[in-house]
Design a protein around this ligand. Structure first.
Ligand SMILES: [Zn+2]
Length: 288
């Protein structure tokens, strides 16, 4: 298969009560590990990169690796640009072959956020590319975007409805109490807010800050309409911990294959766990 837009993946997920795992990858091995997990579980998959990773690796390299994965895989795979605040970089990634982009203008007032999102929706639609936008402000640190806990803002359900109507955005990430990074204690998810938003907005909803949310809370979010969950920090940690463990045992190790193999295995295991939690295992069948 070729890379697909994430729009049909997420619409099917919302319609059938499961969510697609969207994994932030930073290296070829991380990408291969989540693809292997999705393949083994027969789950649709979204590969993601942040703006920082695009600048680190280059959009073309990321697209090439993702396209190769999609060509070899029997499950549908989309490639998404996470949290982008720059219009030009969005255009560059769409040109390079990304099939999904996030315009994050959540730091601007409502009207401005809507205007920027609408502009991105128009160019993405012409290219058959999905768009995700954020309302409210998700707390925590994601690349260069830092939102202090007291500045995090929940999305207003009625604003969500107006935002989707005004912009035509096909997927929406409303801030509902989750945060980027690792939680100190349990996240304070506002389930009533998710329910209210899902009741007013029929596009698939996106759960940011998926690392470390307890399983039963993830399942509740999914049952209420969250159709995509972003997982970044957690797979970065298991990847790095596996490498650290190799060096703790053998500080002189200098063959990247020796430490990348266990790192890959750790990411695959973590991805399989998330896929099971999200209910997307076996759901590749929805696209055959
Ligand atoms: Zn996020």
């Amino acid at each position: 298969m070729t890379l697909v837009s994430s729009t049909p993946l997420l619409q099917a997920a919302r319609a059938n009560g499961y969510a697609v795992g969207a994994f932030n990858v930073h290296t070829l091995e991380m990408l291969q590990a989540v693809v292997e997990a999705a393949e083994e579980a027969q789950a649709p998959l979204i590969l993601q990169s942040t703006v920082g990773t695009v600048k680190h690796l280059g959009a073309e390299y990321i697209v090439s690796a993702a396209e190769t994965a999609a060509k070899r895989a029997s499950v549908p795979i989309a490639l998404h640009l996470d949290h982008c605040t720059e219009f030009d970089l969005i255009v560059q990634c769409i040109r390079a072959g990304y099939t999904s982009v996030m315009i994050d203008a959540s730091m601007f007032p409502f009207q401005e956020n809507a205007a920027m999102t609408k502009r991105v929706v128009e160019i993405a639609r012409a290219a058959g590319v999905n768009v995700e936008a954020e309302l409210g402000k998700v707390g925590g640190v994601e690349d260069d975007i830092v939102v202090a806990e007291n500045e995090a803002l929940m999305a207003d359900p009625d604003e969500c409805r107006r935002f989707v109507e005004m912009t035509g955005v096909p997927t929406l990430a409303p801030a509902i109490g989750t945060a980027h990074g690792i939680y100190k204690g349990e996240p304070k998810i506002d389930f009533n807010r998710i329910q209210a938003i899902a009741g007013l907005v029929d596009v698939p909803l996106v759960l940011h800050g998926g690392s470390g949310i307890p399983e039963e809370q993830v399942k509740r979010c999914v049952s209420l309409g969250m159709a995509k969950m972003n997982i970044a920090t957690e797979i970065r940690i298991v990847f790095s911990d596996a490498i650290k463990a190799v060096f703790a045992q053998n500080p002189d190790e200098n063959d990247p294959r020796k430490y990348m193999v266990p790192a890959k295995k750790a990411v695959k295991a973590a991805a399989l766990e998330k896929i099971a939690m999200l209910g997307s295992a076996g759901r590749a069948r929805d696209f055959k």
